[in-house]
Design a protein around this ligand. Sequence first.
Ligand code: HEM
Length: 526
Amino acid sequence: MWFFVLALLASPLLVFLYFELKTSNHRRRLKKFPGPTPVPVLGNANRIGKTPAEILATFFNWWYDYGKENFLFWIGYSAHLVVTEPTDLEYILNSQELIQKSTIYNLLHPWLGSGLLTSYGSKWHKHRKMITPSFHFNILQDFHQVMNENSTKFISQLKKAAAGSSILDFQEHANYLTLDVICDTAMGVPINAMEERDSTIVQAFRQMCYILNMRAFHPFKRSHRIYSMLPEFADFQRTLKTLQDFTYDIIEKRVIALQNGISTTEKDPSMPKKKLAFLDALLSSTVDGRPLTRKEIYEEVSTFMFEGHDTTTSGVSFGVYLLSRHPDIQQKLYQEQIEVMGNDMNRDATFQEIAQMKHLDLFIKEAQRVYPSVPFIGRYCDKDYTINGTVIPKGTTINIPLALMGYNDRVFKDPHHFRPERFLDEKPGPFECVPFSAGPRNCIGQKFALLELKTVISKMIRSFEVLPAIEGLYSRDGRLNTYLGLSPGERLKREAGRHKYDPILSAVLTLKSDNGLHLRLKERVY
Ligand code: HEM
C-alpha cells in the first residue's frame, strides 16, 4: 500500500527529472546562443506574452537585448533558435535537406493536409516540380485579367463605402477582394465574396483563417488534443466540412466535365472556366507516372486558397495604409501612373505596363520590409545539422523572424524610415530581407502575389487620394509609427503618443493589425 502511495507521489517528480535529464544535453549543445534563462517545466513560455501582439513585441525585445544576433528560447522542453544572421539563413534556406516545417504548421493539416506548404521529403520534391509550371508567365497573364476585373469591382465598392469622407477599416475590405481573386484563379469559380459577404462559403474561408491565426500562439488551443475538447471545436469542424465539401465538389464537377470532353463554361456558368490553370494543371498532371489522387488535388488547391488569400490581404492592406501615412511617396507613385498610363487613368493596366511601374515595385519591396505579410517561418531539425561550424541538434526548432529582419540597422540604415529608394542605394543581400523566403522552399506564388499587389495598388492610386483616418496623422518625418525594434526607452516614449488609429501589429501566421487599418479615400476626378 505504502509503496503505491509513494510511487504516486513520486511520479510527477520522476517525469520532471526525466525531462530535465533529457533536455540537459540539448541545452549544453546550444549553450553558445544567448537568450532568456528558462525556468523548469515552462522554459520561457511564462515570459513570451499572451496575445499575438505581445508575442511579437517580446521577439523584438529579446532580439534587441541579444545584440540583434541569433538567440535561443525554450517553450517547455522544446528549444527554439531564432536565426537572423544572413550567412546562417543562406545555409538554412538553401538546404535541400532541412526542409521539414516546424510544428506550428501542424495546425494547417486538418484543412490543407500535406500540400506544398506543409509537406516535406520526396512528396514535397515531386509536387514542387509538378506545380512550378502552373506559375508560368503565360498563365500569369491570364490571371491578370481576373485581378483586373476584381480590382475594378473593388474600386466601385470602395467609392460607395468611402463617400462623405468616411473612415474605413481597409484591412476588412481587402479580405473579400483577395478571396475573390484566389477562388477564381485556383478553382475557376467566382464566389463573389465582395458582393455576398455573408454567404456560407465566404464566411467559412474567413472563419478558418481566423481560427488558424488565433490558435497559432495560443498556449492551449494549439494542441489538437486540448482544442478538440473545447466547445468551439464543433464550430471548427463545421467550418472545415463546409470548405472540404465545397472544394471536393468543384474538383468532382471538373473531373466529370473533362471526362465528357465538354467545354464547361458555356454549359454551366458555375463551372470552372477555360482559363483556369491551377486546378486544370493539377488534373492533367502526373506524379511517378500516375495521375494525382482526389485527396492530393484537394490538398494543393486548398493550399493555394490559404496561402494565396491571407497573405495578399495583408500585403494589399498594409501597402494602402502606408500610402495614407506617406503623402509624398503617394504623389511620386501617382506621377508614375500618369507617365505609364497616359491620358486614360481609368482603364486596366496591361501586364507590360505593370512591369514598367518601377517606383511601385520599390514601394512594395519597402512595404514588405516593414510589414512582411508572413512574419515568421520555421523549420524543424529532423537530425543534427552543422550550420557554419555550429551543430544544431536534432529536435531544435528554427524560427526565421521575417518581421524582425527588416529592422536590422546593420543592413538597413535608419530602418524606421519608410524609404522605397533604399532598395536602389542600399542593395540588401539575397538573405538579408526575404519576405517571400528564399531557396528551394521559397514562395512559389511570388510572381502571382506581386502582380496582384501591383494591379490593386496601381488602381487604388489612380482612383483615390488615400488619406489618413484623420488629418494630423501624416508621417511628418517619413518615419513609421511602428515602434517595435527601437531601444526600450525610445519605444516607451513614442508609444506614449500612440494614436488609436496607429496599427497594433499582431504576428500570427500572417501579419495583421489588431485594431484594423483605418484610412479615408478621396475620389480622383478626371
Ligand atoms: C504577399 C503575398 C505573399 C507572401 C509575402 C508570401 C510569402 C511566402 C513565404 C515567406 C513562404 C515560405 C513559407 C515557409 O517556408 O514556411 C511562402 C510559401 C508558399 N507560398 Fe507564398 N506568399 C505570398 C503569396 C502567395 C500566393 C498568392 C500563393 C499562391 C497563389 C502562394 C503560395 C505559396 C505556396 C504554395 C508556398 C509553399 C511553397 C513550398 O513550400 O514549396 N503564396 N510564401
